[in-house]
Design a protein around this ligand. Structure first.
Ligand code: ATP
Length: 283
């Protein structure tokens, strides 16, 4: 099956930041989590896919189409949630429905209002009078009500309480029941990614630090606690990040690069993120 999203060699230069050679592949049927520190380049990557910013280099294909040459067709078939939301604060749900009906051929009002009812959203209120969680929910409902095959979600669960986050993840599960669908979502909440992501892409300082299927990532890597001498003896290619302290060292290592019998503990996504982002610092 074709990839839902292919990004090759994406570069975008601002005065004080550059996205450098970002590449990632998201197959249909899969959810990819985009993880990185504040300012790593996650939103910039998503905006480049949406052609909201001019890229300096690279190629982006969405559902088999070029994201610029086929922009109209691409936008019809993707659902988008951006951090700041997509609607004016003075709108209420009925106006969002009317706007989206004009924008999308396959807009489904019944599905949209069904999501709002499921989320317990008061249709009469203006968006500015919603809580942060409600604003996120109306944006998610809109993104999922026009037959999109790919969802691009910039931190869709940030600011939501655990119960609402779970509701949103359930919606994503339902969406993924169609094996032609795919989701790219950026998130700092690694426990959400533990639940739903098939692939994890770590972005650090504008570059892809690692992009792998989640299960392979967790099988391949582990945490080694050892002495500085033991760490120094390891093949540097097996060490993806380390923290050197007074009483010993911790390192994110490839299991296959560590001698048999050395204690390598399982790692989770949050630990991988911390090692990749802060791994060279001393404690
Ligand atoms: P966060 O988790 O905080 O949302 P992010 O990974 O989404 O962060 P981006 O929003 O992609 O990060 O920003 C990456 C960098 O690009 C930041 O340093 C930001 O200041 C810079 N940047 C973004 N837009 C512009 C712009 N229009 N002009 C100059 N710099 C910009």
């Amino acid at each position: 099956m074709e990839n839902a999203l292919e990004i090759r060699g994406l570069c975008k230069r601002y005065d004080r930041f550059a996205l450098e050679d970002v590449s990632l592949m998201l197959p249909r049927g899969c959810v990819m989590g985009l993880v990185g520190e504040n300012g790593a380049g996650k939103t910039t990557t998503i905006k480049a896919v949406l052609n909201l910013i001019h890229r300096d280099a690279g190629e982006i294909r969405v559902l088999g189409m070029d994201n610029i040459a086929d922009e109209r067709a691409v936008k019809e078939r993707i659902g988008v949630v951006l951090e700041d939301g997509c609607f004016l604060n003075t709108m209420h749900a009925g106006q969002v429905d009317a706007l989206m009906r004009k924008a999308y051929r396959r807009w489904d009002s019944a599905q949209f209002f069904g999501f709002l009812d499921r989320f317990g959203i008061d249709r009469a209120k203006k968006i500015k009078d919603y809580s942060k969680g409600m604003r996120m929910k109306i944006n998610i409902a809109a993104a999922m009500s026009h037959g999109a095959e790919l969802l691009l979600m910039d931190e869709p669960t940030s600011g939501l309480d655990p119960v609402v986050r779970d509701e949103v993840l359930d919606l994503f599960y339902d969406f993924m029941q169609d094996e032609g669908h795919a989701i790219l979502l950026s998130s700092h909440i690694t426990s959400d990614l533990d639940k739903i992501a098939d692939y994890i892409t770590f972005i650090h300082g504008g570059r892809v630090a690692l992009s792998e299927p989640r299960d392979a990532l967790l099988d391949t890597y582990g945490v080694l606690r050892c002495t500085a001498d033991q760490l120094a003896a390891l093949d540097p290619a097996a060490v993806r990040g380390k923290r050197v302290g007074t009483f010993g060292c911790e390192a994110l290592v490839r299991r296959d690069g560590v001698p048999q019998g050395w204690p390598v503990e399982p790692v989770n996504i949050e630990q991988v993120m911390l090692f990749l982002m802060r791994g060279e610092e001393a404690r």
